[in-house]
Design a protein around this ligand. Structure first.
Ligand code: ZN
Length: 69
């Protein structure tokens, strides 16, 4: 539970906004302990970066092989 002094009540951590704000007044409430959960869109970006870098690396390997042959 996270206490909001502005609303004078507590909220479940899952009810907080995406930025860790109070769902009623929007005041920032998230505790540092919440850092353990990574938002799903982070993994989308990370997967995209890995795929892109992997593709670039593959292109580099193909280029090197073509120079040897
Ligand atoms: Zn509030």
């Amino acid at each position: 539970m996270t206490w909001c002094g502005q609303c004078d009540r507590d909220f479940d951590i899952g009810l907080l906004g995406e930025d860790g704000g109070c769902p009623v007044c929007g005041q920032w409430l998230a505790k540092p302990s919440r850092g353990g959960s990574v938002p799903w869109h982070f993994w989308v970006v990370a997967a995209g970066a890995v795929l892109y870098l992997g593709w670039r690396a593959l292109q580099g390997i193909i280029w090197v092989v073509q120079q040897i042959i």
